[in-house]
Ligand binder design. Sequence first.
Ligand code: GRF
Length: 191
Amino acid sequence: MKKSRLAILASGSGSNAEAIMLWAQKSDLADVVCVISNKKQARVLERARDLNVAAEFVSKKLTDSKDDYDKKLLERLKKYQPDWIVLAGYMRLLTAEFLNHYPNKVINIHPSLLPLFPGTDGYGEAFQAKVHVSGCTIHYVDEGVDTGKIIAQKEFPLSPADTLEDFKKRGLAVENQFYPEVIEKLLRGQL
Ligand code: GRF
């Protein structure tokens, strides 16, 4: 079977991106063909370079609209011919035009059990709400904020003794394991 070509979009540290790159390097299902960031200094770009994966920064001019930026992104992605777009801590919403280029092929990981706590602070909000169980969600991406169809979820506990830092650390470790597992199942047509 032909390997799927994954392009990762990320804005930050990139622990999920790294987990996916490491998984792909051992897998016969996928190649990570590039990591693209909207942040020049994002650690994710270093992590990609360290693993010999093409790492690119796509800059946003002050005058760029959302549409302008996503057009640049599409242009940059063209040369990599990705089959899937994998968001991993990518802190921008995607336009309809972008999504139409990759129908049902853009996925994201979110650090809560959606539809609870969408937005930029899933861990913080779940912690504040003193839930006993939280988790992460992998979902298809639409134009909304974490509103796309859910693919898979994984729960993990939040104990009363946890600090927010403990909780985030535990959560990220779960995410880093779960994201590649779910991608593998998706590519095998098991989800
Ligand atoms: C993760 O918590 C992910 O769920 C959220 O952003 C964070 C990214 O972490 N969307 P990392 O950059 O992959 O370490």
